[in-house]
Design a protein around this ligand. Structure first.
Ligand code: RIB
Ligand code: CA
Length: 316
């Protein structure tokens, strides 16, 4: 099976970093470019973290294109309390060797799918600001990709950043609405925090297994997620830290991991109390579906892919 040509949009926090390892070191992905956006951390920090993560996977050749430095309308609310001030567990990672590329992320999002029509899979791991900005210039953008997978939303309305909203959609709800309005279910799949919370929780036993692998990538993945492990213990109350971006990336790389999905019409709430909440209409009179929502993923299959990938030795 040839590797999947990928374009990845990220706000590189500690879970995005693990998703980048999956995309580059599993043998399943052919990452053509990475675009960055403000979200978990400010744009410059997320760009630095993307460069570090790619270098850790032995792929500092992959171009990283910085994008939007703030949401479309709202001010940036980062998640540094979740992932650490540097977004990577505050373990003092050294500066990356490679530098960011000069071409803006939105230009890359517009040009690459025209260069490789219907060939690229776009995976978004962040607020959808870059994607929405590109859509405002090219309304047909999403149709130019082979498929678009977004780590976005919470289809069970149990939020992580608010009682009902998931961070990527909450951070820039206007951008999420622009993407949802432009989407068709055959082209766009969202993998929400409901999936991560149920099928991608790294239990203490999983964390111990990851730490014991001992390769550079496994040690990196374990160490950068220490702060988010504390947040999970103290705030979400999960059995460990969850990996929303890696499970979304795993679905893109191995769609066969999906156990349950549905096609529904989704809008995004913008008012104060329900900001970023998904408005899912399942009535018979609902508008036609615009998204495919993944609801369950094969947890064992996902974790085996993760452990196998980080067990690989890389040539830096
Ligand atoms: O809600 C989880 C999402 O928000 C993930 O993408 C995580 O990295 C943060 O950006
Ligand atoms: Ca992210």
């Amino acid at each position: 099976m040839p590797a999947l040509p990928l374009l990845i949009d990220t706000d590189t926090g500690s879970d995005d970093a693990v998703a980048l390892l999956l995309a580059t070191a599993s043998g399943l992905g052919d990452v053509r470019a990475v675009t960055t956006v403000a979200g978990n951390v400010p744009l410059e920090t997320g760009t630095r973290n993307a460069l570090i993560s790619l270098q850790t996977a032995g792929r500092r050749d992959i171009p990283v294109h910085p994008g939007c430095h703030r949401p479309m309308v709202r001010t940036l609310s980062s998640a540094q309390h979740v992932h650490g001030q540097d977004g990577m567990g505050d373990i003092g990672l050294p500066d990356p060797v490679a530098a960011p590329h000069d071409t803006h992320a939105v230009e890359v999002l517009l040009s690459l799918p025209r260069l490789y029509p219907d060939e690229l899979t776009l995976v978004t791991l962040a607020p959808l600001t870059n994607i929405a900005a590109a859509l405002l210039r090219d309304p047909s953008l999403l149709s130019r990709f082979r498929h678009v997978y977004c780590m976005a939303g919470a289809a069970d309305f149990a939020g992580n950043v608010s009682p009902t909203a998931e961070f990527n959609v909450w951070a820039d709800p206007e951008a999420a609405r622009v993407v949802a309005q432009a989407a068709t279910p055959d082209k766009v799949t969202w993998i929400g925090w409901d999936v991560s919370r149920r099928d991608a929780v790294m239990t203490p036993a999983d964390q111990q297994r990851l730490e014991r692998i001992g390769t550079p990538m496994a040690t990196f993945a374990h160490r950068i997620n220490r702060v988010v492990a504390d947040w999970a213990r103290d705030v979400t109350g999960l059995a460990g830290y969850d990996l929303p971006d890696p499970i979304a990336m795993a679905v893109a790389l191995r769609p066969g991991l999906v156990v349950e999905r549905e096609q529904v019409h989704v809008d995004i709430a913008l008012d104060a109390q329900t900001r970023g909440q998904m408005i899912i209409d399942r009535r018979l009179t609902a508008p036609p579906p615009n998204l495919t929502l993944v609801r369950r993923v094969d947890e064992t299959g996902f974790k085996n892919l993760l452990f196998d990938t980080v067990s690989n030795a890389v040539t830096l």
